[in-house]
Design a protein around this ligand. Structure first.
Ligand code: SF4
Length: 502
């Protein structure tokens, strides 16, 4: 049922009627909310007449249209927030504030952190491996006279830097060299040689920004800790971020481009919320996380009910087990096949080059065991360190605006639950390989590191994972209670005789 807008508001400020790129038609361009709506001739005539507030009958007369049809078209414009309604105005104001936080001065934009978020780098050195660090001209210039000393200290025979992607007319990107998967500058005490001798300012900016995660929001720049920090289990007990604001401001100044929350946030498809409404929802999710205990499956059920706005249904009732199994296999099988393709594209090692792809294998290990390990994955966490790790992980994920960046909040929650389940499946499978049953926090942290790395990777997130957004949300949000209730029935029955020889 369309809401009747009478009098009809004009187009919202900033919404403009423009020609389409081919010049053959018209469109409404909404740069604030980042939309462009193509119009037919009747729509263009209506848009041109929306120059002031006016009674519906007057507008219909001006465009010589049937009043019912004009009312429907006006309602369609309103649903797209193109008209100057109070709700559209609130959304536009949110988007403008987020844009100001992203693009304005880094010196005075508010920094938003959670009061209980903590971090102190343990200097474990783990983040100095697993990726190639890009280096830009300012750092290279600063190190120019230090290269001989660094080459001697590192004893590298492959040089300190490598330039990749060089094409005719293009300079290419410089990266730090790796040795055994770790940065060439890492010393035997897991310290950065550049930092140790010439201070943090001499290091590449990527090293100085990590592991902070910064997102522009209407309230300012939200800062949290990425779970690619392998030392997070200990580092999360460090200094309160709220007591480290001068350092965070320095980090903020280093970030070349800030990601920002979606301009139009939908909890589920079509259910748009203002930033204040989203923030209230996120606060309730934080409260649920705080109130959670070892029953992590129940905690995710609570988050699900809050996001979908319905109580968790009885998961055991009326569930089609075959469809649960098929859909779980569809997600795991589809992602495993994509991983296989990515691996197939990697050149084999040669005498000159070693391209590493361990994260693909780790992600695949979790996927391959997800269904069969589901009973353990869904079983309540017994150890307090695992419970507190889960809580800190979820708080930082929410504070990193994981749900406000996703296509919808529901899809973001699906990724959150899927990532947690996959991390546990990986941890269980890896512990089994060395005949260990119990999990400690670092086992699960390794899973979170690996899944975070893959789920944020440019070559995996958009091109691959996005194709599974809907199946993941359907299974890990909509049908989460059923997944929990039937976790023991979903693995493949194993009737083999098992014996251990080695
Ligand atoms: S992995 Fe985390 S704790 Fe370890 S050195 Fe890097 S930032 Fe510090």
């Amino acid at each position: 049922m369309n809401e009747v807008l009478d009098p009809v508001p004009p187009l919202r400020a900033g919404v403009r009627l423009v020609p389409t790129p081919d010049g053959a038609g018209s469109a409404l361009s909404d740069e604030v909310l980042g939309r462009r709506v193509k119009l037919d001739a009747a729509g263009a005539s209506l848009a041109a007449a929306l120059d002031r507030e006016q009674p519906l009958a007057e507008l219909a007369a001006r465009v010589a249209g049937d009043e019912g049809r004009v009312r429907d078209a006006v309602a369609a414009f309103a649903r797209l927030f193109l008209l100057a309604t109070p709700r559209a105005g609130a959304l536009a104001a949110d988007a403008e504030r987020a844009a100001a936080a992203a693009e304005g001065s880094r010196d005075d934009v508010p920094i938003v952190v959670r009061g209980d978020a903590r971090f102190t780098c343990t200097m474990c050195g783990s983040c100095c491996g697993g990726h190639n660090v890009p280096v830009f001209d300012d750092v290279l210039e600063g190190l120019a006279d230090k290269i001989p000393a660094l080459e001697a200290a590192t004893r590298t025979r492959k040089g300190l830097f490598v330039t990749l992607g060089k094409r005719p007319g293009a300079a290419g990107q410089v990266y730090c060299q790796l040795t055994h998967g770790s940065c060439v500058f890492l010393d035997d005490d897991a310290r950065c040689r550049i930092h140790g001798q010439w201070g943090a300012e001499a290091k590449p900016s990527a090293c100085r920004i990590f592991p902070y995660e910064l997102v522009a929001t209407p309230d300012g720049v939200a800062i949290s800790i990425q779970r690619e920090c392998r030392g997070f289990v200990e580092a999360r007990a460090g200094k309160r971020l709220a007591d480290d604001l001068p350092n965070l401001r320095e980090v903020l100044r280093l970030v070349p481009e800030l990601p920002r929350v979606r301009r139009v946030i939908e909890t589920t498809a079509g259910r748009v919320v203002t930033w204040a409404e989203y923030q209230a929802l996120e606060d309730r999710l934080h409260d649920l996380v705080d109130a959670g205990d070892g029953d992590h499956a129940a905690l995710f059920s609570g988050l699900r009910a809050e996001v979908l706005g319905d109580a968790a249904p009885d998961g055991a009732a009326g569930t089609d087990l075959a469809s649960l199994r098929d859909d779980l296999d569809g997600i795991a099988g589809g992602l495993l096949s994509a991983i296989g393709q990515l691996k197939g594209m990697m050149p084999p090692p040669t005498g000159e080059t070693l391209i590493r792809g361990e994260a693909l294998d780790h992600f695949a290990l979790g996927l391959a065991h997800l269904r069969d390990e589901l009973p353990r994955v869904m079983h309540p966490l017994r150890r307090p360190d695992l419970v507190s790790l889960l809580k800190d992980h979820l708080h930082h994920h929410l504070m990193g605006k994981g749900l406000a960046i996703a296509r919808t909040v529901r899809v973001g929650l699906g990724h959150m639950a899927f990532q947690w389940a996959l991390s546990l499946a990986f941890a269980v499978a890896r512990a089994r390989e060395v005949k260990r049953r119990h999990l400690v926090a670092q086992d699960v942290m390794d899973g979170l590191v690996m899944t975070s790395f893959m789920m944020r990777h440019d070559a995996f997130d958009g091109p691959v994972l996005a194709r599974f957004d809907e199946p993941i949300a359907s299974l890990f949000v909509d049908r989460w209670p059923a997944l929990v209730a039937h976790a023991r029935e979903l693995p493949e029955p194993d009737t083999r005789l098992e014996m251990v020889k080695f």
